[in-house]
Unconditional design. Structure first.
Length: 341
């Protein structure tokens, strides 16, 4: 059944589970990377907005206190702007911990174990074997791998009263053949690729999940009754017909997702929030792009919250405005969509 919109912005009173989706934070540790820097402005790569980062932490803290063990966070890439080690450490501390700037102002999401991350194209500029790196590069790479697991992988989580299986993918790999083709194209900024190797492993992990053999799965686990979620950075559904930054192998990725029974696909990369229902005969998947939560200079800064009750999912989108020259997310949701899976 397709999605329905509603003017009722209230959360379900007692959801089984709540998933918060953030993306494209674009943290930077460099003092030169300010919104007034003309080079970064020209490239459209200004770093994160500090006040908005504080406000995002406060909003997520309210959600965590309200839903406690039913609450979980996923981050779908571009956590940094330039993939430097200091920025990785900064965003890792922001996501996993919380510290006080003043007695009343805290910085951080404090998610720690209730968090899954996939990288974006800004988080990984190259694929070089660790033994080939110099000392500075090695430090960055080792911290990168301690923060973001080797992908692809599948992870089981019990959130509230629901079983979730998350399939995590690295969509930043582009084959040498495609690199040659893309160099001759004018409109290919940020294109990604999952590739046959990862899709093959994904099918293997789905088989393990069906057999109930992923780490942490209880004896009574049922794959059919679980909520199956794919996390990746690049999007497999174009924002518009002219959009040229979606996955190169979007057709193959969608076919694999339908084959293994994915219900919800969460992505980033596009700095504008949108969603779409992807159909294959009688089967449906809900695709959702969170937009950019904290990068400066966007038309909309946003994050999304998905609540689950039975076979119903409700997606709520929060957006940032500029009251009194200070970025903050509005308390009332900007929109809400309900979908039956």
């Amino acid at each position: 059944m397709g999605p329905t919109s509603s003017s009722d912005h209230s959360f379900q009173d007692n959801p089984d589970a709540v998933l918060t989706h953030i993306s494209d934070l674009h943290f930077s540790s460099h003092a030169a990377d300010t919104s007034s820097n003309p080079i970064w402005r020209k490239l459209g790569m200004a770093p994160h907005e500090f006040n908005l980062s504080i406000n995002l932490g406060a909003r997520i803290e309210l959600l965590r206190k309200r839903y406690t063990d039913r609450f979980f966070v996923v981050a779908t890439g571009d956590l940094t702007t330039k993939a430097d080690e200091d920025a990785f450490r900064l965003v890792n501390n922001y996501l996993r911990t919380k510290f006080f700037i003043t007695s009343e102002t805290s910085f951080g999401l404090n998610c720690n174990k209730n968090l899954l991350i996939v990288p974006g194209n800004h988080d990984k500029w190259f694929d070089t074997p660790l033994f080939a790196l110099n000392k500075a590069e090695l430090g960055k790479e080792m911290f990168y791998y301690s923060m973001i697991p080797q992908l692809p992988t599948a992870v089981y989580r019990r959130i509230g009263s629901r079983d979730f299986v998350f399939f995590l993918l690295n969509s930043n790999k582009v084959s040498a053949r495609w690199n040659r083709l893309l160099l001759n194209s004018k409109n290919v900024t940020g294109r990604g690729q999952v590739g046959h190797y990862q899709l093959g492993l994904l099918r293997m992990y789905a088989g393990q999940a069906r057999a109930g053999s992923l780490p942490g799965m209880p004896a009574d686990f049922s794959y059919e009754n679980s909520i199956r979620v794919a996390l990746l950075h690049h999007h497999m559904v174009a924002l518009s017909p002219k959009n040229q930054s979606m996955l190169i192998d979007a057709v193959e990725v969608k076919a694999c997702f339908f084959e293994i029974g994915i219900q919800l696909v969460l992505a980033g990369h596009e700095h504008y929030p949108y969603h779409s229902i992807v159909q294959n005969n009688s089967d449906e998947m809900f695709f959702s792009c969170a937009g950019s939560a904290t990068q400066i200079g966007e038309r909309i800064n946003s994050f999304k919250v998905y609540s689950f009750n039975g076979n119903q999912m409700r997606m709520i989108q929060y957006e940032a405005r500029i009251p009194d020259n200070k970025w903050q997310f509005e308390e009332e949701p900007a929109s809400m969509v309900q979908w039956t899976f």
